[in-house]
Design a protein around this ligand. Structure first.
Ligand code: NAD
Length: 513
C-alpha cells in the first residue's frame, strides 16, 4: 500500500502546490490569506490552501442558495442516486484519500482507510434512506379531513469540522443533508485543509458529470473567523459543528442568537468500567486501543479506566505490560501502532497534562515523553502514558486530546463506578467490561451511564454508522449518522386537508357568520 506513495495520492486527488480553498463545485476561487499544511508525520509541507475572504463567502452563499432551489425539486431517490455515485467515486479513490488522511492528520494508514470506508458506508446508508424519509399520518378530529406530516429540506447546511476526523465527519453530514434536499457549505479544520480540497474535488466531479448546478457542495477555508461567517448568517438554518466544547459553546450562542438550529458534536471524557467479572484479556485490548489509537485524538478515546479494587493491580499490570509492546512511528508504516500528535501545540498540552496530574498527587505508571531522533523529526511523536489518579482531579475532569490514560480505583458495587463515570461534564462514550448480567443491565439502565454511547464488553472508541452518534451534557447533545439522525436536516410540516364543503373548526369551536 505504501508503494502507492503520498505524491501519487496527491496527484490522484487533484492537489496542487497552491490550492483554492473556496469552491462551489467545479468553480474554485479564493482571495484570503494562505494556510500552509505541514504533515505531523515528517514535518514536510504538503501544500498550501488559499482561504476564504468575505467576498468569496458571499459568492459561495449566492451559489448555494440558488442551487438549493433546483436541488430541492429533484426527487429524493434521484438525489440518492447522486450520493450513490459519490460513494462509487470514493471507492475508486479510497487508497489515495486514505493515504492523504493519514499523512495530513497523522493517524495510521489503516485508520485513514477506515475513515474513507465510513464515508462509503454512510453513502450506502443515505441511498437507502432516500426512499424512506417518512412522515406520519394521523386521524383528524374533524369529519372529511385528512392530516399528515411531511419533511422538507432546510436549505443551506453549514458544516464545521475538527482535524481528527478530517473527511468522515463531513461525509456523515453531507450524505444525509444531500438526500434530504439540502445544499452544504463545509469549513474543514484549518489543521487539515488539504483533505477538504481533496473531498470537494471528488464531489465536484460527480455533480458536474450529472449536469447539476454549482453550489450543492461548497467549500470554504480558514480559521474560526471563516466559521463565524456561517454561524452569524441567517441564510444558514442549520450549523453542524464538530470540535471542542469551548468552540461549541461559542457556536451554540451565535446560532441561537438568530434562532437558528445547531447540531453539536463536542469533546468527550470517556471511561471504561472494569468490574471483578471482567474478561481481562478483552479489557486490555479495548483499553489500550481506546487510549492510544489515533494517538489519543479520537473524541471517543478512552481517558479513564475505572477499575474495581479486587482486580486493580492485575489490570494495571496487564495494561502497563501491553504499553511496552507499542511501536511508535510513521503511521503510514503498518508495523507501527501509534503515530504523531497533530502539531506541537498538542504536544505542549500533553506535556502540561502529565505535569499537572503529578502536581495534583497522581502517580505515573507508564512514563510519557516526546520522542526525538531519526523518524521523529516533526517533533510531534509522544509516548503514550498512564497515571494513577483520583476522579476529582481537575486534569481528570478535563479532556486532554492526547494519549494519557488515568487509572481510577473503585470499591463496592458497580453503582459506585457508574457514579464516578458520570461525574464529569462530558457525556460522549462509555463502556463496561463485565460478564455479570446484572452489572451490564444496571449500566445500561436509567440509573446507569449518562452518555450518548454506552457499550458492554467493547471499548469506548469507534462506532458504526448505523446508530445515531453523539453525546450529552458538554458533548453538545447532537446526533449524527445513522438511525433517525436525518430528521435534524429537515423541517417538519403538519398538513390538514378538508375534502368536504363545510368548514368545521378544531376543538369544536363554532364561528357562525
Ligand atoms: P476545535 O474546536 O479547535 O476546532 C473545530 C472546528 O471549529 C475548526 O474547524 C475550527 O476552525 C472551528 N471553530 C473554532 N472556533 C470557532 C468559532 N468561534 N466559530 C466557528 N468555528 C469555530 O477542535 P479540534 O481541535 O479541531 O478538534 C478536537 C476536538 O473535537 C476534541 O474536543 C474532540 O473531542 C472533538 N470532536 C468531537 C467529535 C464528536 O463527534 N463528538 C468528533 C470529533 C472531534
Amino acid at each position: 500500500l505504501t508503494d502507492f506513495g503520498v505524491e501519487n495520492a496527491l496527484n490522484v486527488l487533484g492537489i496542487n502546490e497552491v490550492n483554492d480553498g473556496t469552491s462551489t463545485g467545479s468553480n474554485s476561487f479564493s482571495n484570503g490569506e494562505i494556510i500552509e499544511s505541514y504533515s505531523p508525520v515528517d514535518g514536510q509541507l504538503i501544500g498550501k490552501v488559499k482561504t476564504t475572504s468575505k467576498e468569496d463567502y458571499e459568492k459561495v452563499m449566492q451559489a448555494a442558495t440558488t442551487a438549493f432551489k433546483t436541488w430541492r425539486t429533484i426527487p429524493a431517490p434521484q438525489r440518492g442516486e447522486i450520493v450513490r455515485q459519490f460513494g462509487e467515486k470514493l471507492r475508486e479513490k479510497k487508497e489515495a484519500l486514505g493515504i492523504l488522511v493519514s499523512y495530513e492528520m497523522g493517524k495510521s494508514l489503516q485508520e485513514g482507510l477506515g475513515e474513507v470506508q465510513e464515508m462509503i458506508d454512510i453513502c450506502d446508508f443515505a441511498v437507502g434512506l432516500s426512499r424512506q424519509l417518512h412522515g406520519l399520518t394521523m386521524h383528524s378530529e374533524r369529519p372529511g379531513h385528512r392530516m399528515y406530516e411531511q419533511y422538507h429540506p432546510l436549505g443551506v447546511v453549514g458544516i464545521i469540522s475538527a482535524f481528527n476526523f478530517p473527511v468522515a465527519v463531513w461525509a456523515w453530514n453531507t450524505a444525509l443533508a444531500w438526500i434530504c434536499g439540502d445544499v452544504c457549505v463545509w469549513k474543514p479544520s484549518e489543521k487539515t485543509p488539504i483533505c477538504g480540497v481533496a473531498c470537494q474535488n471528488i464531489a465536484a466531479e460527480v455533480f458536474k458529470a450529472n449536469n447539476l448546478p454549482e453550489g450543492i457542495s461548497c467549500l470554504i477555508n480558514g480559521d474560526y473567523k471563516v466559521g463565524e461567517m456561517m454561524t452569524k448568517d441567517t441564510r444558514v438554518p442549520l450549523v453542524s459543528a464538530t470540535g471542542s466544547t469551548r468552540m461549541g459553546k461559542i457556536v451554540a450562542q451565535e446560532v441561537a442568537a438568530r434562532l437558528g438550529k445547531s447540531l453539536l458534536e463536542l469533546g468527550g471524557n470517556n471511561a471504561i468500567i472494569v468490574t471483578p467479572d471482567a474478561d481481562i484479556k478483552m479489557t486490555v485490548i479495548g483499553a489500550v486501543f481506546g487510549a492510544v489509537g489515533t494517538c489519543g485524538q479520537r473524541c471517543t478515546s478512552t481517558r479513564r479506566l475505572i477499575i474495581h479494587e479486587s482486580v486493580y493491580d492485575k489490570v494495571k499490570e496487564a495494561v502497563a505490560d501491553a504499553y511496552k509492546q507499542l511501536r511508535i512511528g510513521n503511521p503510514l508504516d503498518e508495523n507501527n501502532h501509534v503515530g504523531p500528535l497533530i502539531d506541537k501545540d498538542a504536544v505542549g498540552m500533553y506535556q502540561k497534562a502529565l505535569t499537572q496530574v503529578v502536581e495534583e498527587g497522581g502517580n505515573i505508571v507508564v512514563e510519557g515523553g516526546v520522542l526525538i531522533g531519526e523518524g521523529y523529526e516533526s517533533g510531534c511523536y509522544v509516548k503514550p502514558a498512564i497515571a494513577e489518579a483520583k476522579p476529582d482531579y481537575k486534569i481528570v475532569q478535563h479532556e486532554t486530546f492526547a494519549p494519557v490514560l488515568y487509572l481510577l480505583k473503585y470499591s463496592g458495587d458497580v453503582e459506585n463506578a457508574i457514579e464516578i463515570q458520570n461525574n464529569v461534564a462530558q457525556g460522549l462514550s462509555s463502556a463496561i467490561m463485565t460478564n455479570n448480567l446484572r452489572e451490564a443491565e444496571r449500566f445500561l439502565s436509567v440509573q446507569g451511564s449518562d452518555c450518548g454511547i454506552a457499550n458492554v464488553n467493547i471499548g469506548t472508541s469507534g462506532a458504526e454508522i448505523g446508530g445515531a452518534f453523539g453525546g450529552e451534557k458538554e458533548t453538545g447533545g447532537g446526533r449524527e449518522s445513522g438511525s433517525d439522525a436525518w430528521k435534524i436536516y429537515m423541517r417538519r410540516q403538519t398538513n390538514t386537508i378538508n375534502y368536504t364543503t363545510e368548514l368545521p373548526l378544531a376543538q369544536g369551536i363554532k364561528f357562525d357568520l
